[in-house]
Design a protein around this ligand. Structure first.
Ligand SMILES: *[C@@H]1O[C@H](CO)[C@@H](O)[C@H](O)[C@H]1NC(C)=O
Ligand SMILES: *[C@@H]1O[C@H](CO)[C@@H](O)[C@H](O)[C@H]1NC(C)=O
Ligand SMILES: *[C@@H]1O[C@H](CO)[C@@H](O)[C@H](O)[C@H]1NC(C)=O
Ligand SMILES: *[C@@H]1O[C@H](CO)[C@@H](O)[C@H](O)[C@H]1NC(C)=O
Ligand SMILES: *[C@@H]1O[C@H](CO)[C@@H](O)[C@H](O)[C@H]1NC(C)=O
Length: 450
């Protein structure tokens, strides 16, 4: 998290260059995908794309003990260009998924399309100081935020109402089950929100939490239920899987295997996945030992979007290929927006989310932090999974909430130099979300769909 913070600060100070690179990148990816489509349309039968790429079968159980675990000490001996290897995975039959989804959309309105309504009668759903599991990175009031408007907004879909939050009803849904969040620090925020939303109705002696580790478990004995968080910011096995000691400067992944993590999440009944921001910080190194039989740790470098696509496919392959996933309820939470440049919602200004006290009321507002090519890629992968995975599409609704981030009102792990302290926007966290706040609504959406 501190690394994210640092990255963000760096990113802001180099904005003109990075912004330019981003634009070029977006332009290239649009051009690239259109060209691919053209080629495929021209030669529908005689040149299937399989011929131009090497396809890899993902999630193969390791056959020899020569396979090395990735950890924060892992290094690539050599790093070359991406060789174009792709993941071979088989999606599910579209028919069954399609018709059920159509039925659902007839029955329900689009709960992700709506507006924020100020409601200090019903919100917040819990008090910050009443939640013993609150994180110091998200407890904004405790860390000096005095405007508390951010706690009082209700999400109101345009054509219907969200199911009213009810902690007892949620516990009844969770009785005898394991609910597991799998992902990065944004997902951890949603997990903490869920515990804070639910803990008050459990007597203190009936609840417990294991110490923070890769898998952290909150347990409610009287419901025989757990709410767990698995730190897996890149979903697949990587050198960043230690929640405390990880490296962000050189991310090395095994693009073809989620097995290390899936061994943990396979015990859950309800799964909530996310991944996004870790792919937005420059190229990723693909650790390719399993892709060939050479002993050397030779890596290939690939841009974040390309690497994330491989990973989403490897993840989807696991969910699609094992029948045990049929008994689970699986959700994917879309990208959480950032508010790093206030000029995107207030032309000519130079700040970020710092000192923002109200949501954006320009319907359809979309900031540069939410990458559309990534969204399209995620959509394509999820479509091929049919109804096996449900989308919690938090992106648009969270885009409006420029007021919801901790900015300077959180614990910072490093001591900040005086010149930074004198300039609050320079160290504001405009990535994570204050609690109570926006992630509570993500959980209300989850409740709505369970
Ligand atoms: C390659 O890297 C691995 C660790 O990633 C190391 O054990 C091995 O000795 C290295 N090989 C060479 C030839 O440098
Ligand atoms: C939060 O605390 C205030 C005052 O202590 C109390 O009136 C309110 O009911 C509490 N809200 C919740 C959701 O517990
Ligand atoms: C508690 O839940 C687990 C599944 O998570 C189940 O195997 C076990 O039988 C349950 N125990 C009781 C006492 O209901
Ligand atoms: C391993 O790396 C060394 C040094 O880079 C190289 O000479 C050797 O050919 C590599 N081995 C294989 C199997 O690629
Ligand atoms: C999420 O919603 C946005 C519009 O708000 C839409 O463009 C996008 O396709 C949706 N994403 C998915 C994965 O359904």
């Amino acid at each position: 998290m501190t690394m994210m913070q640092r990255w963000k600060n760096r990113k802001r100070s180099h904005f003109p260059l990075l912004g330019f690179i981003l634009l070029v990148f977006i332009a290239c990816s649009v051009l690239f995908s259109e060209r691919t489509i053209l080629i495929i349309e021209k030669n529908p039968s005689d040149s299937p794309p399989e011929r131009t790429f090497t396809y890899i079968n993902p999630n193969l159980e390791p056959t020899s003990d020569s396979v090395q675990e990735l950890d924060r000490f892992s290094r690539c001996n050599t790093t070359g260009e991406y060789s174009g290897k792709k993941i071979r995975w088989v999606g599910l039959e579209p028919e069954s998924g399609g018709s059920r989804r159509k039925r659902e959309s007839l029955e329900r309105c689009d709960v992700f399309s709506g507006k924020w309504v100020f409601d200090d009668e019903s919100y917040p759903l819990y008090n910050e100081s009443d939640c013993p599991y609150m994180s110091d990175q998200l407890a904004c009031h405790k860390h000096g935020r005095s405007d508390l408007g951010y706690q009082h907004w209700r999400w109101q879909p345009h054509n219907c109402n969200l199911k009213r939050w009810n902690a007892i009803e949620m516990w009844e849904k969770l009785r005898g089950k394991r609910l597991m969040f799998v992902g990065d620090s944004l997902n951890r925020g949603q997990w903490i929100s869920m515990i804070c939303l639910l803990q008050s109705v459990i007597p203190a002696e009936k609840r417990s939490i294991t110490p923070n580790s890769q898998l952290t478990i909150f347990k409610a004995e009287n419901y025989n239920a757990t709410i767990e968080f698995l730190w897996a910011p890149l979903l697949v096995d990587s050198n960043s899987d230690d929640p405390v000691n990880h490296r962000l400067d050189e991310r090395i992944i095994r693009p073809d295997s989620v097995l290390k993590h899936s061994a943990k999440w396979e015990h859950a009944d309800i799964l909530v996945f996310n991944t996004y921001l870790w792919w937005r910080q420059g190229p990723v190194k693909l650790f390719l030992c399993r892709w060939s039989d050479q002993e050397n740790a030779s890596c290939e470098e690939l841009d974040g979007l390309g690497a994330m696509e491989l990973v989403m496919q490897t993840w989807a392959d696991r969910l699609a290929s094992k029948s045990k996933y049929l008994d689970k309820q699986i959700f994917f939470v879309t990208m959480s927006p950032t508010h790093l440049w206030s000029r995107e919602w207030k032309a000519g200004s130079e700040g970020n989310c710092y000192d923002e006290k109200a949501p954006i009321d320009n319907e359809g507002y979309w900031g540069s932090g939410s990458d559309l090519p990534t969204m399209r890629m995620v959509e394509n992968v999820l479509r091929k999974l049919g109804t096996r995975v449900s989308v919690i599409n938090v992106t648009q609704l969270s885009e409006y909430r420029k007021d919801g981030h901790p900015s300077i009102y959180r614990k910072f792990w490093e001591t900040l130099p005086p010149e930074q302290l004198a300039n609050p926007p320079s160290y504001s966290d405009c990535i994570h979300w204050c609690l109570p706040g926006v992630p509570d609504v993500w959980n209300e959406l989850l409740f709505h769909f369970l």
